[in-house]
Every structure is written in structure tokens, then in C-alpha cells.
Design a protein around this ligand. Sequence first.
Ligand code: SAM
Length: 232
Amino acid sequence: MNEQELSQRLARVGAYVPQDARLADIGSDHAYLPVALMLQRQISFAVAGEVVQGPFESAEKQVRKSGLSDRIEVRLADGLEAIQTTDQINTVTIAGMGGTLIRAILESGKQQQRIDGTERLVLQPNVGEKTLREWLFQNEYTIIAEEILEENNKIYEILVAEKQDQVDYSQKELFFGPLLLQEKSKVFLAKWRRELKAREYVLQQLEKAEEKPVEKIEEIQTQIEWIKEVLA
Ligand code: SAM
């Protein structure tokens, strides 16, 4: 992968960034995404935020090498602390991290008023999609697009959210993804076949325990029922 040829995963994240966006890419590592989108003339300005020194330096190097230092600012910062109101960011991408971490970044960005709900959020959690959807729901975002894709034998989900008319998501929709659940693509079904096996195994183990964790067992049983219904 390089700045001109993104992985399929990052290219699909980029596909949800509107034309001429002012982008904040948080956890930007090599700044591949903002650099590629700028070279394609899809965005007009970007902040590439990184909290770790090594990846921050790689991002700086990449931006300099691409001759884009005047339009992409690389900042060493924790989460959304990388941006300020004056940046006029209208799109935030956070990709390649766990859903719990993405959720924490969004929550702390909201608390610190780094985002005000007018931005489009393009999120690609590697795991923990449910907790992220719960945060979006609790914060009155609507999931306007969802995508699931497989690359190098890994399955990734992309969630695109904006504040629009509020939608009341069910627990099942938060678990599977409201739009993914409607679409039931081949990759989606493959993911949930894998997840079903994993949960059946966990349930077996939990049932063997001397002191059974009753609540956990019930939660997994419900999820197994839901998954079986969806796969039926
Ligand atoms: N976004 C790129 C992608 O999807 O390919 C890079 C993903 S990489 C696995 C995750 C990056 O997020 C790492 O470079 C890590 O240092 C950075 N990161 C983790 N927590 C962060 C935070 N709180 N703020 C900014 N960057 C963070």
C-alpha cells in the first residue's frame, strides 16, 4: 500500500468523504488516506492526527514527500485534540482501531467541543462495532451508510454517520448494523457464520464453569438466537 494506491479498506473509507471536504483523519499513521484523497483532488484541506511519535513522523514524512505540507497539517495529538474550530473540519475519519477506542475518541472530542455534530463521521472499527453504534445512537446520529468488506481474509465494517432526523434503532439493529441487516450481503453472512461458531464455543465454555455467569450466558444465548434467525 502507498499514498497513491490505498488498501481496499481505506479506499472504501475514502469513498464516503465528500468532494472538497475539510478532513480530520485521526490515527493517521502514514497519512495514507489524506494524502491519497488530496492527490485525487477529493479534499481541500486535512489534519492528520497521530498520538504516537513514530507514526506521527511517518505521516509528516509522507506529507512532505508528496509536496502537500501546505494543505495537510500533521499534528501530534490525542484523538480529536488534533483539531480546532478554526480548521472548519466537516468530515472526520477514524479507521483501523477498535470500536471502544473510536467511541472514547468521539466522546472525549464531544466533551471538549472539538466536534459539534455538524461533521460527517466515517468510522472503520476493526472490532466492537456494536458499542460504537450505541454511542452514535445515544448521541442522536443517524447511520446513513454502512459497508462490509473482506480483504486479506479479514472482514471490516465501515459506518457513516451524520446528525439527521433521529432514527430509533432496535438492539438487534445496533448489534448487526441497521443497513447491513437489510442488505444481508455475502460477506455479512460469512461474518455472522464465523461469529456464530465463536459464540457457540464461548457458551459451551461458560456452561462448564462451576459458578455460571448467568447474565453473560443469557446475553450470548440471545445473540446466538438472533444470528441463527438472520442466517436462516
Ligand atoms: N488509520 C490508519 C488505517 O486505518 O490504516 C492507521 C490505523 S493504525 C492500526 C491505528 C493508528 O491510530 C496508530 O497509528 C495509532 O498510533 C493511532 N492512535 C491510536 N489511538 C489514538 C488516539 N487516541 N489519537 C490519535 N491516534 C491514535
